[in-house]
Design a protein around this ligand. Structure first.
Ligand code: HSE
Length: 430
């Protein structure tokens, strides 16, 4: 066994720099944990002359990926360039050269995870992906190792920091969505193009990965129903508070018998639910196992050092496997056949906010509409909108199934007494 393991970094942005810092800072600890040193041998960059936030010997920089992928001295490749096609090509080439891979790339894993894990196995290589979901929270390891003995039935995740930051600021300071988003962009907190965050796609990718591992079923991105937060108003947040809820962009993955449902949407969550107190850019994943019951994993979902921590922990896992001679032997097969729940099988509550005509008999027509679909109302709030000669009505239903609630929504849109359906959201119970 070698006494130094050589790493090639594909990418030296924020996370890549963090990897170098952590390896450097924790070299002695890593040595004691795995019995060998870790050396970054090469780092792929776009521009070798760029000034960096980490001290690195210029000799280690290259603009040619082949100097890493086909370098016989490199044992492990860390992919932190992001994007899909180039990253996929590099990772497959690394496996072809019998190099182990650690990646933070959730976009790639959500789309091509099955292909990449298979290529890793065929080449006797390890593939570790801890940093792809929820940055510094070791949620992948919790699902694959810590809870391996249990049968996971439900995962609910706040897995996007940008939207959690926006929703927290809207809620605490009564600000509108656009104001908070602009402020977050001005501070460099939200991406210049935050569309994948605010439209729920980033969270959907993470939920596809968690569901695949948690339910041992090959869940693809297309199996996740996705809605973002861009339509959300401060009115909904304030009504939510009044009714005892916090609004979060929540990834929800449930398994009943052998059928699964996976979704991402703005959700009203009871204020007493532990996920309701996950604020700002923090992430958390709430996991229910049949035997363990409720567990929750909380921490930073992004950032230089938190994400790099996950990557270096994956590197340590590869090194341990190398020591034991068991690389490429992990058994992570999706052995359960995928059965997605039909809309009739998805049980949930809904929140509706309506603008209705302020006339005699309107309320009874609305209650009749709900009753005729067999949907029971749990909470109702009404407020006059005087200048519009209208009223605002907020209704939280009891549990029903998604198909029936879709019919209620369509009937509300068509009803003469309803001027507009301002919003409709999922309500989750504790
Ligand atoms: N854009 C992501 C977020 C971080 O806001 O949580 C990377 O996954």
């Amino acid at each position: 066994m070698k006494d130094t393991i050589s790493v090639g970094l594909l990418g030296l942005g924020t996370v890549g720099s963090g990897v170098i810092k952590i390896i450097r800072e924790n070299q002695e600890d890593i040595y004691h944990k795995v019995g060998c040193h870790v050396e970054v041998k090469k780092a792929l960059v776009q521009d070798a002359s760029k000034i960096r936030t980490v001290d690195i010997d210029q000799e280690l920089l290259t603009t040619d990926a082949d100097e890493i992928l086909y370098n016989p001295d490199i044992d492990v490749v860390v992919e932190v360039i992001g994007g899909i096609e180039k990253a996929r090509k590099y990772i497959l080439a690394a496996f072809g050269q019998k190099k182990h891979v650690v990646t933070a790339n959730k976009d790639l894993v959500a789309l091509y995870g099955e292909e990449l894990f298979q290529a890793a196995r065929e080449n006797g290589c390890d593939l570790f992906i801890e940093a792809s979901v929820a940055g510094g929270i070791p949620i992948i390891r919790a699902l694959v190792d810590g809870l391996a003995s249990d049968r996971i039935t439900k995962m609910m995740g706040i897995v996007n920091g940008t939207t959690n930051y926006i929703l927290t600021k809207m809620s605490k300071h009564q600000l509108q969505y656009e104001e908070v988003l602009s402020e977050a962009q001005a501070k460099g907190f939200a991406e210049a193009d935050p569309s994948a965050d605010v439209n729920g796609l980033d969270a959907a990718r993470k939920m596809a990965i968690l569901s695949t591992l948690g339910f041992s079923t090959n869940v693809s991105l297309d199996d996740v129903s996705v809605e973002g937060i861009s339509g959300l108003t401060n009115d909904d947040i304030e009504y939510g508070k009044r009714l005892g809820y916090t609004i979060k962009l929540l990834g929800i993955a449930k398994r009943d018998n052998e059928s699964v449902e996976i979704s991402v949407q703005s959700t009203l969550l009871p204020q007493k639910h532990p996920l309701s107190s996950v604020n700002d850019e923090y992430n958390a994943v709430f996991v229910n196992g049949e035997s363990v019951g409720e567990t929750m994993f909380y921490g930073p979902g992004a950032g230089e050092l938190p994400t790099a921590t996950a990557i270096v922990s994956d590197l340590i896992a590869v090194l341990k496997n190398m020591r034991l001679g068991v690389c490429g032997k992990s058994h992570t097969a999706s052995y359960n056949e995928k059965k997605l729940k039909t809309d009739e099988a998805i049980e949930l509550k809904n929140y509706f906010r309506l603008h209705v005509k302020d006339e005699p008999g309107v309320f009874s027509q609305i209650t009749t509409l709900f009753a005729s679909q067999g949907v029971s109302m749990e909470k109702i709030v009404q407020k006059p909108l005087r200048e519009q000669k209208a009223a605002e009505v907020v209704i939280v239903t009891h549990k029903s199934n998604k198909k029936v609630l879709d019919s209620v929504y369509d009937a509300l849109l068509a009803a003469d007494v309803v001027d507009s359906v301002q919003s409709r959201m999922r309500v989750e119970v504790c």
